[in-house]
Ligand binder design. Structure first.
Ligand code: NDP
Length: 279
């Protein structure tokens, strides 16, 4: 039986073992998929120990996506553009890395939620590993001007310089948000709700046609989706669909087959209703 895992810190909350067990059953693939908690200073060691014990592939989540890229002998084009890896594939000469976050997000927004991303003036809140993964895919999907706002401005500057290429993109401080006007797409890619809480967001960022997306799900998505509801935004999406889609894309990397995400998403949605779904 092939061994797979998700590495994170913390990781006990992860739905990935459940999602990958469902995909494996659907595709008739025999595998074991576990969650491995590794603090940053032990991440590389933990991944090598996993390889020695027959690890064939892994997902990587917060806060290890940059470190995962650094230990790969080769990375895909989309992982190279992102400078971050969320999928490890064991090959003869070591680990190859890919990044399925951006593809997962765009597939969820466009195919599941029917959003046309083309030309949308986009605000991304946060400049961590998730933002790195999704910016290239959003640009490829045709978004308009991109503004990345982050608590630590320097992290946003580094990210935009590395990831946005020739696209019209700029950064700002969170304190500048009231002066930016309205956006067509506002994405919360911070982990703030798990820490000190969501920064104060002005209602002026929204118009009725704006779409609001939180990459988190469950309680982590609740404050941002409540802000979006109170700002009058109808199109509100949490990160559950992205989670399922990026996992399916990882299955394609490992096994060469793309599972049907519909039933797995429906089952998880039943167990994890979207917060602030009411008006
Ligand atoms: P990182 O740790 O790499 O980055 C965290 C980001 O949040 C940084 O920009 C950080 O700012 C910011 N931040 C943290 N605390 C606060 C705060 N109190 N106020 C304002 N900003 C804050 O995390 P990731 O980028 O990997 O993940 C971000 C979110 O996206 C998480 O909720 C994660 O669960 C979710 N995610 C969901 C996925 C899905 O499939 N649905 C996939 C990947 C991620 P600073 O630079 O100043 O530290």
């Amino acid at each position: 039986m092939k061994r797979f895992a998700v590495f994170g810190h913390p990781v006990s909350h992860s739905l990935s073992p459940c999602i990958h067990a469902a995909f494996a059953a659907q595709c008739g693939i025999a595998l074991e998929y576990t969650a491995i908690d590794a603090p940053p200073e032990r991440f590389a060691q933990a991944v090598e120990a996993f390889a020695r014990n027959g690890g064939a592939g892994a997902n990587v989540t917060l806060p290890h996506k940059g470190a995962a890229a650094a230990l790969c002998t080769a990375v895909s084009e989309r992982a190279r553009r992102a400078g971050a890896v969320n999928t490890l594939i064991r090959v003869n000469d070591g680990w190859h890395g890919d990044n399925t976050d951006g593809t997962g997000l765009v597939r969820d927004l466009v195919a599941r939620h029917g959003l046309d991303l083309r030309g949308r003036r986009t605000l991304l809140l946060g400049a961590g590993g998730a933002t790195r993964g999704v910016v290239p895919a959003l640009i490829d999907a045709g978004i308009g001007e991109l503004v990345v706002a982050n608590r630590t401005r320097a992290n946003a500057d580094t990210l935009v310089a590395a990831v946005a290429g020739e696209h019209a993109a700029r950064t700002c401080e969170l304190a500048e948000l009231p002066s930016l006007g309205a956006f067509d797409l506002v994405i919360n890619a911070t982990s703030a709700a798990r820490a000190d809480g969501l920064p104060v967001l002005p209602a002026s960022l929204a118009r009725a046609s704006t779409a609001a997306v939180d990459l988190g799900y469950g309680a982590a998505a609740a404050p941002f989706l409540a802000w979006a509801r109170d700002a009058g935004i109808e199109a509100r999406v949490d990160g559950l669909g992205m989670l399922v889609e990026q996992a399916a894309e990882s299955v394609l990397c490992w096994h060469g087959v793309r599972p049907d995400t519909g039933p797995v998403y429906a089952a998880l949605r039943g167990a994890c209703p979207q917060p602030a779904a009411d008006r």
